[in-house]
Ligand binder design. Structure first.
Ligand code: ATP
Length: 235
């Protein structure tokens, strides 16, 4: 079994009195691509927010390379090598493409990713690098969000619904780029509404239902019926 990069140990998450995650256990090994699927409100975004230091957890509930990180701040988590491409992109609208990308580089890690490598992957960003990010199409903004995460040279990258609201042709372009991203020795966790697409690119899948893991398995081993049952809670 390869090394465990990230382990969630009975992860709970709360918004005030509301509990969004209940004892989630998960193991991610170096080099894996994991899909997290589940209906709206199942807790997928909350899971990613927990991993990246945006929720309050106990230290031991999240382990990265054998170290408890559940109480670290988001900037400390980023410095350890975990980056997120958030749902809705969350770019700085009045900054240019290049300035947005450089924000990712401020994490202070070294690695293969640089401005020129991001521009090689998404040439349209190089052509428009001085343009403010708010003037871009949704697909181009998503490329900036991916590039910004890569500029942090993470060893684990979390994608939260990268295809949400994008035209099919743009989604295809972004998915075409995924092997290049993940091919750089990175580990990835993908939240995706399009289950077929998610399963195509990932080696293992976890399904969340109302804050609990309802299915876990290798993508080749889980059937459509298993997924439907785990997703909708039907038996
Ligand atoms: P979606 O596909 O709609 O993004 P999700 O699986 O990512 O769904 P989460 O966004 O993690 O689900 O939400 C999990 C639960 O937590 C939902 O019941 C949601 O209403 C609740 N929730 C999320 N954010 C907050 C918040 N800021 N305050 C209170 N409750 C929240």
């Amino acid at each position: 079994m390869p090394d465990t990069l990230l382990a969630l140990n009975g992860l709970d998450a709360h918004y005030g009195d509301f509990q969004a995650l209940f004892g989630v256990d998960m193991e991610v090994h170096a080099g894996e691509v994991i899909s997290i699927i589940g209906a709206n409100g199942a807790g997928k975004t909350t899971l990613m927010r927990s991993i990246t230091g945006l929720m309050r957890n106990t230290a031991e509930q999240i382990n990265h390379l054998g170290q408890p990180i559940g109480r670290l701040r988001a900037d400390q988590v980023a410095h350890r090598g975990i980056a997120m491409v958030p749902e809705g992109r969350q770019l700085f609208p009045s900054l240019s493409i290049e300035e947005n990308l450089l924000v990712g580089g401020k994490v202070g890690r070294t690695g293969p990713w640089s401005l020129s490598k991001v521009y090689d992957m998404f040439p349209i960003l190089a052509e428009r690098k001085g343009q403010k990010s708010m003037s871009l199409s949704g697909g181009q903004q998503q490329m900036v969000a991916i590039g910004r995460a890569l500029m942090a040279n993470p060893d684990l990258i979390l994608f939260d619904e990268i295809s949400l609201g994008l035209a099919p042709v743009v989604i295809s372009d972004i998915y075409k780029a995924l092997p290049d991203i993940i091919g750089e020795g990175m580990t990835a966790m993908l939240v995706e509404q399009d289950i077929s697409r998610a399963l195509q690119v990932s080696s293992r899948v976890y399904c969340l239902q109302e804050g609990r893991v309802s299915l876990e398995g290798r993508t080749g081993d889980v059937s459509r019926d298993d997924i439907t049952a785990a997703y909708f809670g039907v038996t």
